[in-house]
Design a protein. Structure first.
Length: 53
């Protein structure tokens, strides 16, 4: 009985912590993708400058 109670409380604790983190994942993924696109453009520009020299 103690194991079941401990397991149940552990699962509830994990759900409580994981739910907000999972909700933020999409927002972080969007901002990460925007940053990657900015960096990619910058690297492409510098590459083109090196090719044109």
């Amino acid at each position: 009985m103690k194991r079941l109670t401990l397991t149940t409380l552990s699962v509830l604790a994990l759900i409580t912590v994981a739910a907000p983190a999972m909700a933020l994942t999409d927002r972080f993924d969007d901002s990460r993708q925007e940053m990657i696109n900015k960096l990619s453009d910058r690297f492409d520009d510098s590459r083109q400058e090196m090719i044109n020299k």
